[in-house]
Design a protein around this ligand. Structure first.
Ligand code: ADP
Ligand code: MG
Length: 473
């Protein structure tokens, strides 16, 4: 049997005010060709000016990937011709990129795995092309947007691991607010390299590259197709050709694009218009201090400190806002396990169903804490708690007011319950006799009567206990 070997090159657009080498605005615009400077359009005589914010965010990501950061950054020219590249070259980094030799920890199937990062480098995005019947349109808005490319070692072995890595990576950008990382807007895209080898082979097999896939589902499908196609070839004694293939998301299969012999020679050379950049140690230290607790660490903390299951902890850290909501609920005084249960089993489901984010949720961590406390104290049952929660979201009223207005709070007061129990015994004079004659299920009937009178508000276990005592007295 063959083992799959996968390496990913992930491009993510960084969130900055302006482009990486010009003052053109960096914003996703609905109107083509509006966020442009002459630099982005490569007018003759233009000169690039490096964006410090872009460098800062790239360095922040590099540190979060545990990469080595060089003392001096350099930029290089990658030369090629294509309609989406007006300058005829891309400014990128190959000699001294913002980071090398890092790693990212991920969770796959309840296990931890370390994904090795070969390097991460800062470059500029190209224009985008929209293809129509027999013509294409160019939108230069994306030209020059700072782009961070992160290259993994060939250490990924399944589509599941690849997707888990991509989700973690995307999440890290979101936690650090360095990118919006929206796949549907092409802000995160990925080149996927796949090869096969036998378990005891010492050398990697020949790889196939699939470029520019912008949804994680398609990455998964592309990897699975390629594993299947290559397995088939090797099983029949064939050899894999090193090539670039295109993944078609309509047919869900891959087609050849170009072979190794047609590979472009980029004729890299140092970018003459951007001098080497010395990185100030204090600046770098300040950037490192700004890194928040990241999803992997938060997940570990939730399991260790609060005793949450890996499953729940992973769900809570999937979005920074959800993790913050959970942490705030604990700060308000909720028990962590209770808070986790309510959030993962009720609130996340609601957000999903309504397709809203937790920021839009009416219920604040403080309100959730009050609700949890009412349930814990037994003033309402947990079933009622759920109903109150949904009513609160629907009517945009805090749970406390709902409980008061609807007179929901459970009667836990012994005397009050006792009075109603005695009333029910008065109305059913034969009950005791029947019970003593062996019809013990009459207790349930009596409990039912008490519930009817209190509209379900009597504490059921106290009610049951009192009725039994009364029967046996
Ligand atoms: P290039 O510079 O030609 O793109 P690299 O050696 O830098 O090639 O690798 C690019 C990507 O391909 C990396 O993510 C790397 O992990 C991956 N890769 C390299 N060799 C293999 C292989 N045999 N199988 C799968 N992935 C590979
Ligand atoms: Mg490559």
């Amino acid at each position: 049997m063959y083992k799959a070997v996968i390496g990913l090159e992930v491009h993510c657009e960084l969130k900055t005010q302006s482009k990486n080498f010009s003052s053109g605005e960096n914003s996703y615009s609905r109107y083509p060709n509006t966020n442009l400077s002459p630099v982005d359009l490569a007018f003759p005589g233009i000169l690039p000016v490096l964006n410090k914010e872009g460098v800062k965010k790239a360095l922040k990501m590099s540190l979060a990937f545990h990469c080595d950061v060089p003392d001096v950054l350099t930029f290089d020219r990658k030369n090629y011709f294509y309609p989406d590249l007006p300058k005829g070259y891309q400014i990128t980094q190959i000699r001294k990129p913002v980071g090398t030799n890092g790693y990212v920890m991920i969770h796959v199937d309840g296990e931890e795995k370390k994904i090795l990062i070969h390097d991460t480098h800062l470059e500029e995005d190209t224009a985008s092309l929209d293809h129509f019947g027999n013509y294409s349109l160019i939108d230069y808005n994306r030209c020059g947007v700072p782009l961070l490319e992160t290259v993994t070692e060939p250490c990924i072995h399944s589509s599941k691991e690849a997707v888990a890595f991509l989700e973690t990576l995307r999440n890290m950008f979101l936690y650090m607010d360095t990118s919006d990382a929206r796949g549907d807007m092409g802000q995160i895209r990925c080149d996927v390299n796949v090869s096969l080898m036998k378990e005891d082979d010492t050398e990697l097999g020949t790889r196939v590259e699939m470029k520019n896939i912008n949804s994680f589902n398609n990455v998964k499908a592309a990897i699975e197709c390629e594993i299947k196609r290559q397995t088939e070839i090797l099983k029949n004694g064939g050899t894999i050709v090193q090539e670039t293939r295109r993944f078609d998301d309509v047919d869900m299969c891959t087609y050849p694009m170009r072979k190794k012999e047609d590979a472009i020679d980029y004729k890299y050379f140092p970018e003459p218009n951007i001098p080497p950049i010395k990185i100030d140690k204090d600046w770098l230290a300040r950037i490192e201090e700004e890194i928040p607790v990241l999803p992997y660490e938060r997940c570990q903390n939730y399991m260790k400190e609060y005793g949450l299951s890996r499953y729940d902890a992973t769900n809570l850290v999937k979005e920074k806002e959800i993790a913050e909501y959970f942490e705030q609920t604990i700060k308000e005084g909720s028990d962590p396990k209770m808070a986790s249960n309510w959030i993962t089993s009720v609130i996340l489901g609601y957000l999903n169903k309504e397709e809203i984010s937790i920021r839009e949720l009416f219920l604040t961590p403080k309100m959730l804490t009050e609700l949890i406390s009412m349930v814990e104290k037994g003033s309402i049952s947990s079933k009622q708690g759920k109903e109150v929660l949904f009513k609160s979201l629907e009517q945009e009223k805090d749970p406390k007011s709902i409980v008061q207005e609807e007179g929901l709070s459970q009667i836990g007061n012994d005397e009050e319950i006792k009075a109603i129990v005695m009333e029910v015994f008065g109305e059913n004079p034969k009950a005791k006799e029947q019970y003593l004659a062996g019809r013990t299920n009459i207790v349930d009937f009596m409990v039912g009567q008490v519930m009817k009178k209190t509209r379900g508000r009597a504490n059921p276990s106290i009610t049951m206990k009192m009725i039994k005592e009364e029967m046996e007295r």
